[in-house]
Ligand binder design. Structure first.
Ligand SMILES: Cc1ncc(COP(=O)(O)O)c(C=O)c1O
Length: 449
């Protein structure tokens, strides 16, 4: 099989797979999982045939997928992939660009710069901000926090690049007690010890309480959230950001999914005041429905992010707004291209409509659960439904039963010390009829527990 035939075969197989995402079991069953043994081969002494390699991947790989690119997956705020984003990704894969700078790839540089401009536009964040397209909210958060620390140290005359951290003035970090684990991970990687993080209390919705913030100053980073992972709630940015700005504190907002609320008129109020922060992260691969791994880190102080992330070398220097000078990777794929494609086909009204639809669907689920004796634990301000049954054992059994049924999947969590379940509405493929089938499945399983 030549290269064209091979790629055509891959496209055909992908098409067959996509045709089945509405009907196949959302979580693979025993036989599919057993099939994975076929990948446990010894490393071949001689190379194998490419067509046969693809066939192996499809035959035993496709059945063992979690069908998160389908309409019935409600776990982890994992959106599906918009066809235009998937298609752009496939074309860009054929280009195989190293999207470090204009010199490395003129097309990647220009398209990602357009995507960056559109991101700032649709999220209505300061237009002078730098935008890095990173692999994840985790890595983009790391970039933003590294930029923040370096910048705060520079205020005290400390040259972080030259002298590192030994003997440096302390940079304090304030985190909500509901902060996402990946923010803690980013902080840990950067050397902020867990025990030194200042935890600030949150209310029953998981939001920071402004009156209970620790003392802020100009050597502090305050981490806030747009979209708490369980409840989908937003910190009250107005008062929090005002306090932080008055104290000279750097504010970083983790908005891995919630930042997209800003794109929808009915939801935008949830983010009021967020524009006053210093840096933000969000994902394309969650609510914008772009392929993994596509995330965004935004810093209003473009020069500070570019200085912190610079990777110019004699043989490779580029403008400050080149992606290699804004993020972690030097060689990288143009992950901003599928984001550009998604934004282009959706447009401002399409992003708003999708986000609004998912929130409406979440309320539809919540309402149905509430009227049928489930304990809905959150206010459903966004696309998350957090709920449980009257006993922890029944709650766990319900999740297991729905997952085993294969018609839908959502995950367990712990909320305020007790097991709970979390349904996220974030796939462009999910229709109201899918949502109603999910509710039916929940009611049916609950009635036999
Ligand atoms: C609120 C929140 N922050 C951060 C993350 C981490 O995002 P990523 O998986 O892109 O690193 C997630 C989910 O994964 C999340 O829900």
């Amino acid at each position: 099989m030549d290269e064209h035939d091979l790629l055509r075969d891959a496209a055909r197989r992908a098409g067959v797979y996509l045709d089945s995402v509405g009907t196949r079991d959302v979580y693979p069953g025993g036989e599919a999982l057993d099939g994975l043994k076929n990948f446990e081969e010894p490393f071949p002494e001689r190379g194998k045939d490419a067509a046969e390699t693809l066939a192996l991947l499809d035959t035993f790989g496709s059945p063992a997928t979690v069908v998160s690119n389908g309409p019935n997956y409600y776990g982890f705020v994992i959106g599906a992939t918009l066809p235009a984003a998937a298609a752009a990704e496939r074309l860009a894969a054929a280009w195989d660009q190293c999207a470090a700078s204009f010199t490395n790839s003129p097309v990647a540089d220009v398209v990602e710069k357009t995507a960056a401009r559109w991101i700032l536009d649709v999220l209505d964040l300061p237009r002078e901000s730098a935008v890095t397209f990173g692999t994840s909210a985790t890595s983009c958060g790391l970039v933003c926090l590294a930029t923040a620390r370096r910048s705060l140290l520079a205020r005290k005359g400390w040259d972080y690049d030259a002298d590192g951290l030994i003997g440096a003035p302390e940079v304090r970090v304030v985190i909500p007690d509901t902060i996402h684990i990946t923010m803690r991970k980013a902080l840990r990687i950067l050397g902020f010890g867990e025990a030194r993080l200042l935890r600030t209390p949150t209310d029953t919705h998981g939001r920071v309480i402004p009156e209970q913030l620790p003392e802020l100053d100009d050597m502090t980073i305050l981490c806030l959230q747009a979209g708490e992972v369980n409840t989908g709630e937003f910190d009250p940015f107005g008062p929090l950001v005002a306090k932080a700005r008055a104290a000279g504190t750097w504010v970083h907002v983790d908005g891995a999914f919630g930042l997209w609320a800003r794109a929808a008129q009915d939801l935008r109020h949830l983010t009021d005041g967020i524009e006053g922060a210093d840096s933000w992260t969000t994902d394309g691969h969650k609510w914008l429905n772009t392929p993994y791994d596509g995330a965004v880190g935004i810093c209003r102080h473009a020069d500070l992010m570019a200085a912190a992330m610079n990777s110019d070398a004699a043989y490779s220097s580029a403008s400050a707004d080149s992606q290699k000078n804004l993020g972690i990777e030097f060689s990288r794929r143009p992950r901003g291209i599928p984001i550009w494609a998604a934004l282009r086909v959706l447009g401002r009204d399409g992003v708003a409509e999708m986000v609004t639809r998912h929130c409406r669907q979440a309320r539809r689920v919540a309402e149905a659960l509430r009227t049928n004796g489930f304990h809905v634990l959150n206010r459903c301000v966004l696309n998350q439904v957090l709920f449980r049954l009257d006993s922890d054992a029944r709650t766990a059994a319900l999740q297991a039963a729905v997952a085993a049924g294969g018609k839908a999947w959502f995950g367990p969590t712990v909320w305020q010390g007790r097991p709970a379940l979390r349904i996220s509405l974030s796939s462009w493929r999910t229709t109201d009829a899918d949502v109603d089938r999910l509710v039916e499945a929940l009611l049916a399983e609950k009635s036999v527990l």
